[in-house]
Design a protein around this ligand. Structure first.
Ligand code: ADP
Length: 611
């Protein structure tokens, strides 16, 4: 995307976030930039009046006008600027909100891709390290302010270009009195500007090149910084004395980043001298010009003061505006990264078909010759799975680590698409169904389930709004109710220490809440991936003995290494190397000679045998 298009987009976005912000900032800057010129004008008038010995009353009238207008402008500016500060910070926060929104709605498989991670880092660094949208608006406002200064100083300087002030004089004085002598002054300014803009463009390019080189380093930095900050990593770091490794990685990164910064500064210094030299030359030339005209009596003392002050402001602003404009373009280039992130297309077809509402929960799913390999990997994790899943059945999936069990569930839940083959729901490829409706069919407790720093009830309902009675019922079924009695505010107790009264819970307790959340969703398919791995034996026993009551007529799939917990399932699927190599009831599988199921069962059972 080109930065040109971005400028328009940014302005539209700012206007959507905070209507009227741009108009307000423009008015404020017009007023802010006008005040010093008003002072310059009045100062020069008062000076001329003093030189011409004007009556005190007239002088005092001008002074009162000057003070009154100045106070009015200061008050207006003060009144307008306060709301602007708030609006600007809201705009900055909205950018963060949009990045979070994008990350939440992005295709799940894109979220972990290294390209996406680089793009997110670029977007983050581009908008935060190099000034966010709020700073962009501030810069825009400064450009507006400088345009106003140029217009105001142009108005004050205009009489200098009017011919006739030096008529009758000869030599240098005559030349200075000619109209074109002012044009030389403008030409000098144009040259200085050109030099300035050349130097600034070069520096901006250097900065952007270094920014690109730094993306990976920033990402590494953030990764290791999180380890150091996050208390959930703290125990491993302490027990395994990994602080040296983590800090070593951070230090190594800092050295690389420092070198890059030094390289940038060295390269920028090589062009920055141009700015200083051109500004000095221009200042010297302009003072000489106005000074000589004053000496030759072509302009009054008051006018000399006015011209010098106006010219100073004009040259500062013109230099500044170019610099600002280049910064604006550079910042919009960085904002392009932000837009690039927002515009990462979701590749998958989200589907439009509604899911047929069925009271009998007959949602039949079929894997038809499904194979799968993860993005950025060429290893087939699932190979040629063809299976119809019986409705209302209690199924189990067992198999060695890495045999593809969790991946199979991820495909079933449409978090990934099959690389080959298709998955059908009631005979239709699942990708044609509306994604949001499709996922309503599944209650899943993933191995790496997450609870969040919300209240217990909000976690269970996965929503701000909840049915308290239903939450209590699911908590009871999941075996968390005894613990709940100790909670200071019952189901309204906040989890984790984000809030002052937030509570910490154990891994097993968290797992029970995750099960309660799956029950609350009340979906026709219940999938539990190692649902009791963190539970104590009693809690595990309770969960399994109540499982029938929990899942009722729903279709359920357990993935478990606890072979005994799968024994009562109608069908057990045995995975190995991404294939289903056996299926059947416990009894039938045990009868298969040399079958993997029998080996897994016997391997586990021998630990429970008494000698
Ligand atoms: P299981 O649940 O049977 O233990 P998984 O389905 O989690 O096995 O993993 C199967 C294989 O897929 C493993 O070899 C694992 O390394 C690989 N794998 C899992 N997740 C990813 C991923 N996000 N990217 C690449 N490979 C993955």
């Amino acid at each position: 995307m080109k930065s040109k298009g971005t400028l328009g987009k940014v302005l539209r976005m700012v206007e959507t976030f905070q209507p009227g912000f741009l108009a307000l900032i423009t008015v404020t800057r017009i007023l802010a930039s006008g005040q010093p010129f008003m002072m310059i004008y009045f100062d020069s008038v008062i000076l001329d009046m003093l030189v011409q010995r004007a009556p005190l009353k007239e002088i005092m009238t001008v002074v009162i006008w000057m003070a009154g207008l100045s106070a009015l402008l200061v008050l207006l500016r003060w009144g307008l600027e306060m709301p602007l500060v708030v609006k600007k910070s809201v705009i900055s926060l909205k950018v963060e909100q949009m990045m979070c929104e994008k990350s939440c709605e992005m295709d799940y498989d894109l979220l972990s891709g290294s390209d996406t991670l680089d793009m997110r880092q670029r977007a983050w660094d581009g908008t935060y390290t190099n000034g966010d949208l709020g700073d962009f608006c501030e810069l825009l406002a400064t450009v507006i302010e400088n345009i106003c200064i140029i217009i105001y100083s142009g108005v004050l300087l205009f009489p200098l270009l009017i011919p006739g002030t030096g008529t009758g004089q000869s030599g240098l004085a005559g030349l200075l009195g000619k109209w074109y002598s002012g044009v030389f002054l403008l030409a000098a300014m144009a040259l200085s500007l050109w030099l300035n803009s050349f130097a600034n463009r070069r520096s901006a390019k250097i900065q952007q090149d270094i920014f690109e080189e730094n993306v990976r380093n920033n990402r590494h930095m953030e990764y290791f910084r999180n380890f150091a900050f996050d208390y959930s990593h703290g125990k491993n770091i302490r027990i395994y004395k990994m602080a040296d490794m983590i800090l070593g990685a951070i230090k190594k990164n800092i050295v690389v980043m420092e070198n890059l910064h030094q390289k940038m500064i060295r390269r920028i210094q090589k062009v920055k001298w141009i700015n200083s030299v051109s500004a000095l030359l221009l200042q010297f030339y302009s003072y000489l010009y106005v000074g000589l005209r004053a000496i030759y009596g072509q302009i009054s003392i008051g006018s000399t003061l006015r011209y010098i002050s106006a010219y100073q402001k004009l040259s500062q602003s013109v230099g500044c505006i170019f610099n600002m404009f280049i910064q604006l373009v550079v910042k919009s280039k960085y904002l392009v990264y932000f837009y690039n992130y927002l515009e990462i297309p979701n590749k998958r077809y989200v589907g439009t078909l509604p899911i047929e509402k069925r009271n009998d929960n007959r949602y039949e799913i079929e894997f038809r010759d499904v194979s799968f390999c993860y993005p950025e990997s060429d290893k087939m994790v699932l190979s040629h799975i063809s299976e119809k899943f019986t409705m209302g059945a209690k199924m189990a999936v067992v198999g060695p680590n890495g045999s593809g069990k969790s991946t199979f569930i991820k495909l079933l839940c449409r978090l990934y698409e099959p690389t080959e083959g298709e998955i059908l729901l009631n005979g239709v490829n699942i990708q044609y169904y509306d994604f949001r409706e499709y996922v309503k069919l599944f209650s899943v407790v993933f191995q790496d389930f997450e609870l969040f720093a919300f209240s217990i009830a909000e976690n269970v309902a996965a929503s701000w709004e909840y049915d308290g009675e239903k939450v209590g019922d699911c908590i009871e079924k999941a075996g968390f109710s005894i613990k709940l009695r100790d909670m200071p505010e019952g189901i309204r107790t906040n989890l984790y220490q984000m809030e002052k009264k937030g509570v910490e819970i154990s891994g097993g307790e968290a797992q029970k809440l995750a099960i309660a959340r799956a029950l609350y969703k009340d979906a026709p398919w219940v999938i539990l991936d190692e649902p009791t791995s963190a539970l104590d034996p009693v809690a595990e026993y309770e969960i399994y003995s109540r499982f029938d009551e929990m899942v009722q007529d729903k279709t359920s799939i357990y993935i478990s290494h606890r072979m005994s917990s799968c024994r009562f399932c109608d069908t057990i699927y045995v995975f190995e190397n991404g294939r289903i190599i056996q299926k059947g009831s416990h009894e039938s599988l045990m009868k298969e000679e040399d079958g993997l199921y029998g080996k897994l069962w016997n391997a586990q059972a021998q630990y429970y045998k008494t000698s």
